[in-house]
Design a protein around this ligand. Structure first.
Ligand SMILES: Cc1cc2nc3c(=O)[nH]c(=O)nc-3n(C[C@H](O)[C@H](O)[C@H](O)COP(=O)(O)OP(=O)(O)OC[C@H]3O[C@@H](n4cnc5c(N)ncnc54)[C@H](O)[C@@H]3O)c2cc1C
Ligand code: FES
Length: 511
């Protein structure tokens, strides 16, 4: 998170800018009073909106104009130039809009105006009066927010077995764990949001059963909760290895804010951590604990970290990056037993450790869907509208396997932005819309000062094309099969990443 884009530098846009200075499709960052404002030109139209992305304040002026929208360079949120609406997650709040006026070959930015977001679903036709969202995570929260944004006035109940309201989960392995994020960054919204928007958030409440015929859920305490439309967004849970010592108090996994706080509490006195697994989460945890000056050892069975997802070139880079920061890797190695002060390795050695974090992957939480006999295939099967095999019951996020028009396969991913966008699409469809989920998958990961952005989806490839210089942290890595680019990973090539996303959208005829 940063405030760069909120800084009010650049020209005073109320004084006017020569029209010719802004080419078609160009953007200019400036200011209006104390506000940082983006002036954008599309054809003969000029737009003025807030210059800072409402996700983590990314500089929209450095993003990409696509039609009458602007995409954020950092994590690909998308805002309407006409209304300021956050059209695509991870931004969920709008940016402000200003009037523009053309006079004497100049364009002037005028007053701040309130513009209502466009209705994307006809809420009058939907018969739903009671919508229940199971899960207080990325998908569940984004769905609730979109339902109210679209003017839905019926009941919304969000049931979550976490003891915190929806949080910015990606931050839990990054700044918050590193100790560089203030508490207020963590909740997606303050407590007022739920009461102000009449969202009945039931925390610390588990859903134990789903009766499709009766249209009701059974809660952990036996209470029944009827619904007209239901969203299952139960996410995933960390895999717990069946290892001797896995239940010792200094052994942790990381999914929830409570998990993160438990690791932070241990980290206060820990000297050396063993991170089991060189996954994204495992390595982000490694980076964050290095920021706390804890010695970090990573134990993982693979030859190179993240090779399965990012290939050998980026895998080697990530390994080197972590080593430069003092991380010690024990690759092609597994732990066989955890003791109070050591971790025993298969190769025979031991590592001293007073903290162990297990990051060996997650499993989708399918129990509810399985018991209700929804169609399951390594995830809850949904159609292009994110509806499960039971009409009126939708699924989104880490549990959902959806028909991805880009790869042509039914895929399930574990990405924050995908979960949020699916929650939003499911919300529109619960209101009676017929909106296909066809977003290009996107995720990001952060290691020290190196962000990695990834668009598309490539489970396997026959060619990796590296453009730029990975070691210099300036590259776009393309994963191809039969000459077709399936995915692009990039470091500090934000525009290229956005353009790759647009190209993938075009390839399946979105334009
Ligand atoms: C530490 C961490 C860092 C991450 N960083 C990134 C990142 O940088 N980039 C990225 O793209 N992705 C990242 N991810 C992955 C991303 O957070 C997930 O893909 C995303 O949260 C999935 O959203 P979801 O709504 O499906 O599930 P979740 O956000 O996990 O929400 C599921 C919710 O359902 C609740 N629940 C489940 N079962 C029940 C039940 N029976 N009754 C009641 N409640 C229930 C859970 O408690 C939880 O509140 C990260 C994940 C973690 C854990
Ligand atoms: S800062 Fe804009 S999408 Fe994250």
């Amino acid at each position: 998170m940063g405030d760069a884009a909120n800084e009010t530098t650049g020209p005073d846009l109320t004084q006017g800018v020569a029209e010719g200075a802004l080419a078609d499709g160009a953007m200019l960052g400036g200011r209006v009073g104390d506000d940082a404002v983006l002036l954008a030109r599309r054809g003969d139209e000029f737009f003025a909106i807030g210059a800072a992305c409402t996700h983590y304040s990314g500089p929209l002026a450095e993003g990409l104009l696509v039609g009458d929208t602007v995409r954020c360079p950092w994590h690909h949120a998308c805002f309407s130039l006409r209304t300021g609406e956050a059209l695509r997650a991870p931004a969920l709040a709008p940016v402000a809009c200003w009037t523009t006026l053309r006079r004497d070959g100049k364009v002037f930015v005028g007053k701040k105006v309130d513009v209502s977001p466009a209705r994307r679903a006809d809420t009058s036709t939907g018969a739903a009066r009671r919508i229940v969202l199971v899960g207080g995570g990325a998908a569940g929260f984004a769905a609730a927010e979109m339902l109210r944004r679209q003017g839905y006035q019926g009941d919304i109940t969000m049931v979550s077995d976490e003891d915190a309201p929806p949080v910015d989960r990606p931050n839990l392995s990054k700044d918050y764990l590193a100790g560089t994020a203030p508490e207020e960054w963590v909740p997606l919204r303050g407590d007022d949001f739920y009461s102000d928007h009449s969202i009945d958030l039931k925390q610390r409440t588990s859903v134990a059963g789903l009766d499709l015929r009766a249209g009701e859920l059974t809660l952990g305490d036996g209470a029944r909760l009827p619904y007209d439309r239901l969203l299952l967004a139960t996410g995933a849970e960390p895999v717990r290895l069946p290892l001797p010592g896995i239940d010792l108090p200094h052994v942790h996994t990381l999914r929830s804010l409570a998990d993160c706080r438990a690791i932070i509490a241990r980290a206060a006195t820990a000297k050396r951590v063993v991170v089991m697994g060189a996954s994204f989460i495992g390595l982000e945890v490694a980076a964050s604990l290095r920021a706390r000056n804890i010695e970090v050892h990573v134990v993982a069975p693979e030859k190179r970290p993240m090779e399965r997802v990012l290939g050998p070139e980026l895998g080697d880079f990530i390994r080197g990056l972590h080593e430069q920061h003092g991380v010690v890797f024990h690759l092609e190695e597994t732990a066989t037993e955890i003791h109070a002060e050591t971790v025993a390795l298969k190769s025979g050695g031991t590592i001293d450790a007073d903290l162990v974090v297990v990051g060996v992957g997650v499993r989708p939480r399918l129990a509810l869907a399985e018991k209700a006999r929804l169609a399951i295939d390594r995830g809850v099967m949904v159609n292009e509208y994110l509806e499960t095999s039971a009409p009126g019951v939708f699924a989104a996020g880490d549990i959902a396997r959806w028909p991805d028009p880009h790869s042509g396969g039914a895929i399930r991913v574990e990405h924050w932005v995908v979960a949020q966008r699916q929650g939003q699409t499911a919300a529109l469809n619960m209101l009676g819309g017929k909106v296909r989920f066809d977003a290009v998958p996107f995720f990001w990961s952060q290691h020290y000062d190196v962000p990695i952005n990834y668009v598309g989806h490539a489970e396997s490839w026959d060619e990796i094309a590296v453009d730029g210089d990975i070691a210099r942290r300036d590259c776009a890595v393309r994963y191809k099969r039969h000459g077709k680019t399936l995915a692009v990973a990039s470091i500090y090539r934000d525009i290229e990443s956005l353009k790759a996303e647009v190209a993938m959208e075009k390839a399946r005829g979105a334009f």
